[in-house]
Design a binder for this molecule. Structure first.
Ligand code: SF4
Length: 330
């Protein structure tokens, strides 16, 4: 790393939301305690483990040493006002000119830890990096339901700012089909509990998850859950069927038909139309055909017009518009 004097070692989670690309990444657990969703291959090589508080705190201390070393180097060499630039030079993405601002705790469901253990980690993190303004983590709805309101409040007070929950769909038949292990009613209740705790909530939806067979019920059920929860953020992704997953096997057997790009856009349109929320609607993932970002309900018409503009494009020109490469730069 940046220090000649010592090797600095710490673990980091292999996955994080795109919105956490410049965050300090902390690994409190390894893998996924559920690991049964039919579309998912993340953590296939990782046995689920909860790391000890001491281990995680040692990692945070190591990250602090990295930050201090970058800072010392910047000061010594006359770049104190360009800390971010210096950090990037050393390959450190999470230090900005005004320090470390955001952190993400992985892997897939670290709220499964004992509440007090996670609270200690959060407090230690906030003490070690006092400039941090936002700490987020992934969580499963099922795990949220095992936490009491006091547990969730304790985590918020210890410094957990936001939870990223994988709703995927709000349709019961589809939730069962993808083996999510949670019903729409449980998804709704978990979302409401997070909102009530004061922790910001980001819900993830997978467009195309119902295939051609179930797309309308997928969208309608999803809108119903989101309308009941009213999360801070709704983030959509587009299904990518990955070889070796149970969903790929269903597809190979002809039980699941991949949605077309046009179909995914129609799903997007229908979802935006049906949402009665005060949420940020974001499609910020490389899998998406169209990058959209707006606040509902005020930006509804603008978002719908953006989708309609692509749907109105002749199919051969539309295919070119919808390549991931174009998307990334749109
Ligand atoms: S809970 Fe998340 S990480 Fe675990 S299997 Fe399901 S989608 Fe994958």
């Amino acid at each position: 790393m940046v220090s000649d004097a010592e090797e600095v070692y710490f673990e980091q989670p292999p996955y994080r939301p795109p919105s956490e690309s410049r965050s300090l990444l902390i690994r409190a657990t390894r893998g996924c305690p559920w690991h049964r969703c039919a579309f998912c291959q993340m953590y296939n090589d990782t046995r689920f483990e909860v790391r000890t508080v001491e281990e995680v705190e040692r990692d945070i201390e190591a990250m602090r040493r990295v930050a201090d070393t970058v800072q010392e180097f910047a000061q010594k060499n006359g770049f104190a006002d360009r800390l971010e630039h210096v950090a990037l030079h050393f390959g450190v993405l999470w230090i900005h000119d005004d320090g470390v601002k955001t952190a993400f705790i992985g892997d897939s469901n670290s709220i499964v830890m004992r509440t007090e253990d996670l609270a200690h980690i959060l407090e230690f993190l906030r003490r070690t990096f006092p400039t941090i303004e936002r700490v987020t983590s992934y969580g499963r709805a099922h795990t949220v339901l095992r936490k009491s309101p006091d547990d969730l409040r304790r985590l918020r007070e210890a410094g957990l700012s936001r939870l990223h929950l994988g709703l995927e769909t709000g349709d019961d038949e589809l939730l069962s089909y993808i083996n999510k292990g949670v019903t729409a009613a449980q998804m709704t209740e978990a979302g409401k509990r997070v909102v009530a705790s004061g922790i910001s909530l980001s819900e993830y939806v997978i467009l195309g998850l119902g295939g051609k067979e179930r797309w309308e019920q997928h969208v309608d059920g999803t809108a119903a859950v989101l309308n009941a929860v009213n999360p801070d953020f709704i983030r959509v992704r587009t299904l990518m069927v990955i070889n070796g997953t149970p969903l790929a096997e269903k597809q190979a057997r002809g039980e699941f038909t991949l949605q077309t790009p046009e179909g995914v856009l129609k799903e997007t349109r229908r979802l935006i139309e049906k949402l009665e929320v005060g949420s940020e609607f974001v499609s910020d993932h490389v899998s998406n055909y169209l990058n959209l970002s707006g606040k509902l309900p005020e930006d509804r018409e603008r978002l719908l017009q953006a989708v309609d503009a692509v749907l109105a494009t002749p199919p051969d020109a539309r295919e070119r518009l919808l390549t991931p490469e174009n998307l990334r730069h749109s």
